[in-house]
Design a protein around this ligand. Sequence first.
Ligand SMILES: NC(=O)c1ccc[n+]([C@@H]2O[C@H](COP(=O)([O-])OP(=O)(O)OC[C@H]3O[C@@H](n4cnc5c(N)ncnc54)[C@H](O)[C@@H]3O)[C@@H](O)[C@H]2O)c1
Length: 372
Amino acid sequence: MLNFAVIGVGRMGKRHAFNLKAGLLFGVRLAAVCDVDDKALDWCKKHLKGVKTFRSYKDLANEKLDGVIIATPHYQHVEIAKFMIEAGINTLIEKPAAPNVTLIKEIESAHAKRKDVLAGVSYNQRSNRMYKRAKALLSSGKLGEIQRANYIITDWFRSQAYYDQGGWRATYGGEGGGCLMNQCIHQLDVLQWLIGMPKSVVATTRTVDRNISVENDVSAILVYDKFDCSFTASTHEIKGVNRLEIACDKGRLVIGSRRMRVYRHKSEVEVNAKTKFGYGSSPSVSYFVGYGFFRYIADLVKGQQLRSLRAFRDAINKKGSMLAELEEGERAMQIINGIYLSSYLGESVSLPVDEQKYGEYLEKMIEKENKN
Ligand SMILES: NC(=O)c1ccc[n+]([C@@H]2O[C@H](COP(=O)([O-])OP(=O)(O)OC[C@H]3O[C@@H](n4cnc5c(N)ncnc54)[C@H](O)[C@@H]3O)[C@@H](O)[C@H]2O)c1
């Protein structure tokens, strides 16, 4: 039996703690929880009977733990993750590992010295069956080279009331950014997992119809060697979509929130080379891959995030791998920081992002936020 602890028992941490306490992760016991807030600890004492409670994460080092899950606000991830990794405890960090590339690298440096310890990021959307199938298809080479990608994400509606809850959310100083940092980081991780890293980005971000200092609307072009990906995200639209389309030489993936349509057709390069006419097409076959009804219901009840914990457990038991290792978790943040910097400077930004310029930009944003 593995012993886990959850650090930060707010919204996400409660779900993790509750799932573990309910025995939903076979072979794992919730041994301890930690939070700096009295109300959170009172909740734990009431709902997680028999589980040790701690106010300081440092005291967890004296417990015999096989793994910790960090679910605190973003900036706090850094010192806690470094401490746990240095203490030799396997660490799963809720996304994002930290709110910018520079801080993620701080955790990576600690991990570089303790490679015997697992360090991962909870990018639970990688467990989505459709994305896994898309990854397998793209990696197999059956679809040929990628020619274009489009991602539109407008289904994370957040009202003013959400932001009015206050705290660390939707601030540069508390969260590190807006809709990209909190919500769409999941999809940016999936995007880079599927099609790789862009070499540069050009973007605009804005705040639409909400009283917040960070963005809730983004338009970006992610530039690759041989194709571009247009990326749109907003959290102010009602009834939006989550739609990724990847057009390849020999096929096309159209991935929605509940199903993916896979098209297979002749090579566009060959059709273009052979056709004598100005117009041409190729018959295609297509089929659907669904999210899976029972998976969907299970995820609604237990949260897709349980799959991250499952992968973490399996990796500790050497029976599988984590959904995303810490070092991979940096990639989505490279894109996010690039987008923010591009929007601010009004110019294209190369990746990896210039961390010094990003730091100066962020400092200005935090200063401006504090004045208001
Ligand atoms: N994977 C997902 O789908 C998903 C969904 C929601 C949130 N999250 C992530 O989970 C994390 C937490 O988000 P949330 O919505 O639960 O936040 P939250 O504000 O509801 O909870 C954070 C908790 O951490 C506690 N905390 C703060 N500093 C601490 C410290 N030093 N030591 C111990 N506890 C501390 C707070 O008191 C609070 O109870 C964030 O990284 C967020 O992005 C992930």
